[in-house]
Design a protein around this ligand. Sequence first.
Ligand code: ATP
Ligand code: MG
Length: 269
Amino acid sequence: MNKIYSYQLAGKNKVSLSDYDPDDTGKFHSKAQALRDLAKHQEKLFELQELLYADASRALLVVLQGMDAAGKDGTIRHIFTGVNPQGCQVTSFKVPSPEELQHDFLWRVHRAVPARGMIGIFNRSHYEDVLVVRVHQNLSRKELANRFDEINAFEEMLVRNGVIILKFFLHISQEEQKTRLESRLHQRTKYWKVSPSDLAERQYWDDYLEAYEDVFRYSSSKDAPWYIIPANKKWYRNVAISQILVDALAALKLKYPKPKFKIARLKVE
Ligand code: ATP
Ligand code: MG
């Protein structure tokens, strides 16, 4: 079995993040080796996405979660470079607007689910409602349990409707986060990414870990698995996630639709 599938969580089991090494690089010994594979994955993704679009019966939803500076933006940039922008949409979930807050927490999420034929990438997601909201708003045990039930029912409904769901947690260490946040303070071109709140959030690291461990325990399933991706090395994170995406799309064994006309009889005058 490929090492990357040991990062997969497909059942309702207790998970301890300390069992997962954020520095792991699987079968790769060098960045160059991983970049070569990533290039191959990008090419395959291009082909598979075209097929997904032509077939138009399934959709792929990629959920990206992680601590601040875990690399959600970089993951999207590196993996989806080369995929036809027409078949791909990225949604970033920020602090909910007043209008969004007037609805149930899945309202804004459901609207962003990719249509058949499309790849949808969630940069943060409905999981923020059991993460940041839990850490800062003190959800009761009952409210939290209800949200997990609602998330599971929602994802199950999407799966039944042809959506492939893959959820990735970009696992970085606290030291790596410190290095990345500090480097933003030292590069002019990264200033725009600096947010004082990211620095303040660091003090809640352990609360987030606990919240994430519950996410893995209560919302992993065979049809909507979580993957705990070692993400201290960006090149490994990219090659691991892209491999999982290629495998998932290839497993659909999609075929280009058969022509509805006798092609041989058509002539371009
Ligand atoms: P970067 O890593 O580049 O900083 P980001 O995803 O952190 O990107 P920001 O605009 O900095 O983007 O932050 C978005 C913020 O919105 C995050 O702090 C996140 O926790 C918060 N957020 C997202 N969804 C919710 C939600 N449902 N309730 C409350 N806060 C939310
Ligand atoms: Mg941020």
